[in-house]
Design a protein around this ligand. Structure first.
Ligand code: 5GP
Ligand code: ZN
Length: 118
């Protein structure tokens, strides 16, 4: 199953990895839509939210704990941030490997409200 994000997970494609554990990898989006824009990616190849199974309950719970930790580590917990899943082509999903966009770090409401959604 060699999709682009599997290649990033396997280090066959370089990326700016900011966090990694046994089950997840977090790396900078190559085309950031916010001052902080990271992709939180389970190492398991799940295509999209539509493809999450009962067996993934624990993994998806952990995904949110990773998101919370990254937000805290990068100092945006208090100020706030956005978490986005694009689902399927119609939802704007380009890479068919489940990933949660974490966006934040805006200096003003105006900057945040510029068109930026991933
Ligand atoms: P999607 O549209 O599938 O929800 O989001 C895919 C994201 O992956 C996009 O925001 C895009 O900029 C990012 N992306 C695409 N190719 C690469 C890559 O090779 N490296 C990194 N770091 N990000 C990528
Ligand atoms: Zn994959």
């Amino acid at each position: 199953m060699e999709c682009l994000f599997c290649k990033i997970i396997n280090k066959e494609v370089p990326s700016e990895i900011i966090y990694e554990n046994g089950k997840f990898i977090v790396f900078r989006d190559i085309n950031p839509k916010a001052p902080i824009h990271y992709l939180i990616c389970p190492k398991k190849h799940i295509i999209s939210v539509n493809h999450v199974g009962e067996e993934d309950r624990e993994l998806i719970g952990e995904l949110f704990l990773v998101a919370k930790k990254i937000a805290r580590d990068f100092g945006i917990s208090e100020k706030g941030y956005k978490l986005v899943f694009n689902v399927g082509k119609g939802g704007g999903q380009l890479i068919p490997h489940l990933h949660l966009h974490l966006l934040g770090g805006w200096r003003s409401k105006k900057e945040r409200d510029l068109p930026h959604m991933p």
